[in-house]
Design a protein around this ligand. Structure first.
Ligand code: NI
Ligand code: MN
Length: 228
C-alpha cells in the first residue's frame, strides 16, 4: 500500500497511508512558510507530537478537536492536551514504547533536544518516531542533535526524515553523519527554511548526500509530496 508524505513546511508532515490521514507536529498558524492552513486540513485521524515546543504543537488542539483526531505523544504532552485543551482521545507514551494504531505501528524513540510548553512548564522528553506502515518503515528524527543510537532503532529504514536547519537541531553536516549511521534508502530534509536563522541550501545538501552516502535525497518545497 502506498504512503504519501507531504511536507507542510518546518517539522510538519501529512502522512497519507491507505485510507488514513495522519499529521506530525502541525505548525501552520504563524508559520511564514506553511503550505496550508490548519482549517484546510480535514479527516485527520491521528496527530503525532514529538515535543512541547510551540513550533510543533501550535495547531494540534484545534485540528484534533475539529476532526476528532487522537493525539499521540509522550505522556506529559498527551496529558497536557487532554487537560488544557480538552482533546478527547490521547495516547500517552514514553521513550522506547510502541503502540499499534489502525494505520501502523508507532514507536516513540529518543531525541537529543529539550521539551517544554510555551509557558515554560515541563513537557517530558523530546522524541522522534519510527513508523511501521504497510510496505515501509519511516524514521522521523524530529528536533534532535546527532546521536549514535539512531542506528539502533532506524537502521535500514525506507525513509529517514532529518532536520538540517542547524541552530536548534543538527545541521547539514551532522545530517550526513546521521545518514551514514542510519543507511536509509531515501532521505528528506526538514526543519529548515522557515526563518532566516535556519535557512539552508537544500540542493547543496542533496548534492552532498549523493556524493557521500548511498541514500537517495529528495528536496521538497512546502506543499510537495513524496510517495513511498
Ligand atoms: Ni524544538
Ligand atoms: Mn522545532
Amino acid at each position: 500500500m502506498a504512503t504519501k508524505l507531504t511536507w507542510l513546511s518546518h517539522g510538519s508532515w501529512l502522512i497519507e497511508t491507505g485510507k488514513h490521514r495522519v499529521l506530525l507536529d502541525p505548525f501552520l498558524t504563524d508559520n511564514p512558510t506553511a503550505s496550508t492552513s490548519a482549517e484546510a486540513l480535514a479527516d485527520i485521524s491521528v496527530i503525532l507530537v514529538s515535543h512541547g515546543h510551540f513550533d510543533h504543537i501550535q495547531d494540534v488542539a484545534s485540528i484534533a478537536n475539529r476532526c476528532g483526531a487522537t493525539v499521540v505523544a509522550n505522556f506529559e504532552v498527551a496529558q497536557w492536551f487532554a487537560s488544557q485543551h480538552q482533546v478527547a482521545e490521547t495516547i500517552g507514551m514514553n521513550l522506547g514504547g510502541t503502540t499499534e494504531l489502525p494505520f501502523g505501528r508507532v514507536k516513540l524513540v529518543h531525541a537529543v533536544h529539550s521539551s517544554s510548553f510555551p509557558d515554560g512548564s515541563y513537557a517530558g522528553t523530546a522524541g522522534g518516531f519510527v513508523l511501521e506502515l504497510e510496505g515501509s518503515r519511516v524514521y522521523f528524527a524530529c528536533d534532535t542533535a546527532l546521536f549514535g543510537d539512531m542506528r539502533l532503532f532506524a537502521h535500514g529504514v525506507d525513509l529517514a526524515v532529518l532536520p538540517i536547519g542547524d541552530l536548534f537541531t543538527m545541521g547539514p553536516e551532522e545530517s550526513l553523519a546521521a545518514i551514514e549511521l542510519i543507511e536509509p534508502k531515501r532521505v528528506l530534509p526538514a526543519h529548515y527554511g522557515t526563518w532566516p536563522p535556519i535557512d539552508q541550501d537544500g540542493q547543496a545538501w542533496a548534492e552532498a548526500v549523493r556524493q557521500r552516502t548511498a541514500a537517495e535525497p529528495h528536496v521538497l518545497q512546502p506543499g510537495e509530496s513524496l510517495t513511498l
